[in-house]
Ligand binder design. Structure first.
Ligand SMILES: C[S@@+](CC[C@H](N)C(=O)[O-])C[C@H]1O[C@@H](n2cnc3c(N)ncnc32)[C@H](O)[C@@H]1O
Length: 506
């Protein structure tokens, strides 16, 4: 049974009411653990399905609080709890979560406490585009460890802020906080709580089928955090569903790192160390319609369907993330216009070296000059990012940050030019085919795969990041695989002759 949806308000207030059947399943799951709360809080209670399910399941609750920003919902809850004779022990407050004096309110709750609900499903950037003020106050976000750090992020989920706030307030008390949210939000909440040593004694994630219950295509879960006076458990079990079946995996916070698979991390953590080869990301230009081209005879077709003539000097064969992932890296089908060979290079020189290219850039300046990202401000006109010697390395070992496939591909030159990558891929620059094949062999080995798998959350938007890639020490890995001598030989050559610095163009 899918959630009720509430018109245009559903965007601003992240309003997806939990179907009664799901609220009942969640409360049954919590009750089956033997937990017996005496007080109850539903911080954004909507029409009250969680309030009622919890009151039905937990007979020892003698005081319950329900809040919502929507007064009509509270009237409905009022009728429903009166019909069940729960009205004597439940207080309903028409309040905005962000304006509530929570410290004062939570003093009214006797322990053990149960906080259960489903906070709004909306991000601050969506609210920004709706012109909505349904947000926490933005405060000093230099103080990067607190809730302020969340409001300082360019995009955060309102529910992340709300759940962290509740955990912070209940830190040191006997409580269970059980919330439906996106799985990525659950992970961020836990990471925040673990980093800040909140007194969590147990945490669990139970995946739910959001398309079935909410008609939403998103990875969602029930996050359950049990707080106690002294709890310091930094592992979270991931269950298969809303049952108590075996834990399918465990993630946690160890050695200052968020680990997706504790068992794999314990087995391979001796491979973490220095970043010997530097991981780079591909070129960022934020204007693929102008900068990415297909060759037609001697000319190039851009993404606006224009056919243009360009000098060779600034055009390079390129590969998209998908081509790297699916092994189509031998014959590039696109070309990229690179206006600089290093970040900040003067671009007006293009007008002298390659007048047709400069004309093309001027013709498309209405798009290029309007690129939204602030990184282009106060930079030479038509600037790009993610360029340097490494961009022009003849060989690369590359992987896509987007795809859920673990495959490091070797990328070699094409038609005498270095092949460049877009900013959704990461790579190591190599001088020769032998070096690239050797490094790709190391990275595709089982120990490397298992090492990396201990840090990767495949349900993330960009599961593979430079931060993760750079955790593996290639010299320790080559020792593990018994090929230190070969690794050292390539390193020595690299030190002597960094040929990829001699870019063949410009
Ligand atoms: C995802 S719905 C869930 C409702 C209810 N918890 C349930 O599980 O059915 C989110 C609820 O949050 C309420 N809400 C949104 N912003 C709020 C705010 N700033 N303060 C209090 N309630 C808010 C909405 O009115 C809506 O009822």
């Amino acid at each position: 049974m899918a959630s009720e949806k509430f018109g245009s308000q559903s965007d601003e207030f992240g309003d997806f009411q939990t179907p009664g059947i799901l609220a009942e399943r969640v409360c049954t799951l919590l009750a089956d653990t033997g937990y017996q709360p005496t007080s109850l809080l539903e911080p954004t209670c909507g029409v009250g399905n969680f309030l009622i399910a919890a009151l039905d399941r937990f007979p020892l609750v003698n005081f319950g609080l329900g809040l919502d920003i929507n007064e009509e919902y509270l009237q409905r809850v009022d009728e429903r709890i009166s019909a069940k004779s729960y009205d004597q022990k439940v207080k309903l407050l028409h309040e905005n979560f962000f304006h509530v004096d929570w410290s004062h309110l939570l003093l009214k709750l006797t322990e053990p406490i149960l906080v259960v609900g489903n906070p709004p499903w909306v991000t601050n950037s969506t609210l920004g585009s709706l012109g909505s003020a349904n947000l926490p106050k933005k405060s000093n976000f230099q103080k990067l460890n607190g809730l302020e750090a969340i409001t300082g992020k360019s995009n955060f989920d309102i529910s992340e802020w709300m759940i962290v706030k509740l955990l912070e307030l209940l830190n040191g008390r006997q409580a269970i906080v059980a919330m439906l949210c996106k799985t990525a939000v659950a992970r961020k909440v836990l990471t925040h709580a673990w980093k800040n040593d909140f007194s969590i004694s147990d945490s669990r994630i139970h995946p739910i089928d959001a398309s079935e219950y909410f008609g939403a295509a998103v990875d969602a879960c029930l996050l359950v955090c049990r707080l106690s006076r002294t709890g310091r458990n930094k592992n979270c079990g991931i269950y298969r569903d809303l049952g108590h079946s075996d834990v399918s995996s465990t993630f946690g916070y160890h050695d200052g790192l968020l680990i997706s698979d504790i068992a794999a991390y314990e087995r391979w953590k001796h491979l973490s160390g220095k970043e010997i080869y530097k991981w780079r990301s591909g070129v960022k230009h934020d204007c693929s319609k102008v900068m990415e081209l297909r060759k037609e005879g001697e000319r190039y077709r851009n993404g606006l369907d224009g056919l243009v003539e360009l000098e060779d000097d600034y055009v390079f064969p390129m590969l998209k993330s998908s081509e790297i992932t699916y092994g189509r890296s031998k014959t590039p089908t696109r070309w990229m216009l690179l206006t600089q060979k290093a970040v900040g290079d003067e671009t007006s020189v293009i007008g002298i070296i390659a007048p047709k290219t400069w004309r093309y850039l001027l013709d498309q300046s209405h798009l290029l000059d309007r690129r939204a990202s602030s990184i282009y401000r106060n930079r030479p006109r038509f600037s790009i990012f993610g360029v340097g010697d490494y961009t022009f390395a003849p060989w690369k070992v590359a992987i896509s940050g987007f795809y859920k496939q673990w495959n490091f591909a070797t990328v070699g030159p094409y038609e005498g030019k270095s092949v460049v990558l877009d900013d959704t891929s990461y790579f190591l620059a190599c001088e020769s085919e032998q070096e690239a094949r050797f490094i790709a062999g190391l990275l595709n080995s089982s120990p490397a795969r298992e090492f990396y798998s201990s840090f990767i959350f495949w349900d993330s938007k960009r599961p593979i990041t430079i931060d993760t890639l750079s955790k593996l020490d290639l010299s320790l890995l080559s020792a593990e695989l018994g090929c230190t001598a070969e690794f050292d030989r390539f390193r020595a050559q690299k030190r002597k002759n960094p040929s990829y610095r001699q870019t063949e163009l410009f």
